[in-house]
Ligand binder design. Structure first.
Ligand code: GLU
Length: 280
């Protein structure tokens, strides 16, 4: 478009005025449009979506929050310049994670959250910081379920909005009767009282429940999917993605990653020999 000199001058003044307004705006306005990395540093605050009912990973207790995902959140927060006490943990059930991020209810989701293309349409991921595999949890005395090939006629429990439920629905729908709940802990009661035969989700989640139910439950130990766990955040925030990938690598390299796994799953927990390579 060609503008007369007068109009061009007017346009320039208008542009300058806008720029001045933007610079002079409240810091909050600037913060809300910037990357999470800048916002967290400026505000010394972070809201993280975790699971509240997964022992070893994300668990709400009378004394606060525990688990590997909680420890990852604390490590990341520190790197972002946020004090541990200034992290607000919010419950992020499997089916609500993308919406919680998209609506700005949480800054990050660190909640056994598998990176996949469908979710990448709505959110961005850093990581992976762990690689799990879908497995089965049964009663300790169960001998009939030995892996995904022995599920014929069995009653299975999983969670709405999880990749675990999705896999069972697409691959095993005509063999199993599937019950989906809002959280895996809801499946545990059914498994213990015999209403269901097995719970299916990631092996590390099932290991946490097996440990918490001392001797009553066992993980079958035949993982049949690959579940790379990522940290989810607002789609397109590439600055945050770069920073978090760096922090995850630092956590793996300085020994904190292994220490966090062993703290939450016991010193004899078999830590995968190689930490996952962070996707670029
Ligand atoms: N990692 C899987 C997922 O993101 C299953 C575990 C979960 O529901 O959090 O769906």
């Amino acid at each position: 478009m060609r503008l007369s000199p007068v109009l061009r001058a007017g346009a320039l003044v208008a542009t300058l005025a806008l720029a001045v307004t933007a610079c002079g705006g409240k810091s909050q306005q600037v913060n809300s449009s910037s990357s999470l990395v800048d916002r967290a540093k400026a505000d010394n605050k972070l809201t993280v979506g975790i699971k509240f009912d997964q022992p070893g990973l994300g668990l709400k207790t009378a004394n606060g929050y525990t688990g590997f995902d909680v420890d990852v959140a604390k490590y990341i927060a520190k790197k972002l310049g946020v004090d541990e006490n200034n992290i607000t943990f919010k419950q992020a059930p499997s089916a609500q994670r993308e919406d919680l991020i998209a609506q700005g209810d949480v800054d990050l989701v660190i909640a056994t959250y598998t990176i996949n293309d469908k979710r990448k349409q709505k959110v961005s991921f850093a990581g992976p910081y762990f690689v799990a595999g879908q497995d089965l949890l049964v009663k300790a005395d169960n001998t009939s379920i030995t892996g995904p090939d022995s599920l014929n006629g069995k009653k299975l429990c999983s969670v709405t909005g999880s990749t675990s439920a999705q896999t069972l629905q697409t691959k095993y729908a005509n063999q199993v009767s599937l019950q989906n709940y809002g959280g895996y802990s809801e499946c545990i009661t059914g498994l213990l009282n015999g209403a269901i035969d097995a719970i299916s989700t990631d092996d590390i989640i099932l290991q946490g429940y097996a440990a918490a139910n001392q001797g009553k439950l066992k993980v079958v130990g035949k993982p049949f999917t690959t579940e790379p766990y990522g940290i989810g955040f607002k789609k397109g925030d590439t600055k945050t993605q770069q920073a978090l990938d760096e922090y995850i690598q630092a956590m793996e390299q300085d020994g904190s990653w292994k220490a966090a796994l062993q703290k939450n799953f016991g010193s004899d927990y078999k830590v995968p020999s190689e930490p996952p390579i962070t996707e670029k």
